[in-house]
Design a protein. Structure first.
Length: 174
């Protein structure tokens, strides 16, 4: 009986070591994450799935009940979506880069193209963010979030241009 207990203890210890080693490794192609976006009234306005690929992270958004027009769409540095969503912090920027897709000295890892919502308020898009990785920098102790702003990002201003109020937010989780 003691031999059986010892074997199980060894197997559990080995499983713990493997799990620890896997959590320390960089993101692998196929790793997934998700965010459910809510507006300031607590109503769901869509989901965003993130999938690690060999070339970056594929961001797939299915959105509804949003105002029509151009809206900034970013990964923010903190996984806290307390309205009015300032709690999500600034753009996810682990390298300390300048802001803006059009900035020669930029861009933040969390910078992504504006989304353009039609009159129906519904939109489905896919964006490949070649700088974003589903690794420990994204899933650090305070997490990260996806944020949609009331207005468009100008792609140039540093610090980040004023894209207006934050109208939707979702904490990214595995």
């Amino acid at each position: 009986m003691s031999q059986l207990c010892t074997n199980w203890k060894l197997r559990l210890a080995a499983a713990g070591i493997v799990a620890t080693m896997m959590s320390l490794q960089p993101a692998l192609a196929g790793d997934m994450a998700r965010a459910v976006l809510m507006d300031a009234e607590g109503e769901a306005v869509g989901t965003v799935t993130l999938q690690q690929t060999p070339h970056g992270t594929l961001v797939h958004a299915r959105l509804n009940n949003l105002p029509s027009g151009a809206h900034a769409f970013h990964v923010h540095a903190t996984g806290d979506c307390t309205p009015p969503f300032k709690s999500a912090g600034g753009h996810f920027n682990p390298d300390g880069s300048e802001h803006g897709i059009m900035n020669a000295n930029g861009m933040h890892v969390g910078d992504m193209p504006n989304i353009h919502v039609p009159a129906s308020g519904q939109l489905e898009i896919q964006i490949l963010n070649v700088s974003l990785s589903l690794d420990e920098t994204l899933f650090d102790s305070d997490g990260a979030a996806i944020v949609i702003h009331a207005g468009a990002d100008d792609y140039r201003s540093d610090p980040a241009g004023d894209a207006g109020a934050r109208i939707a937010c979702g904490v990214i989780s595995r």
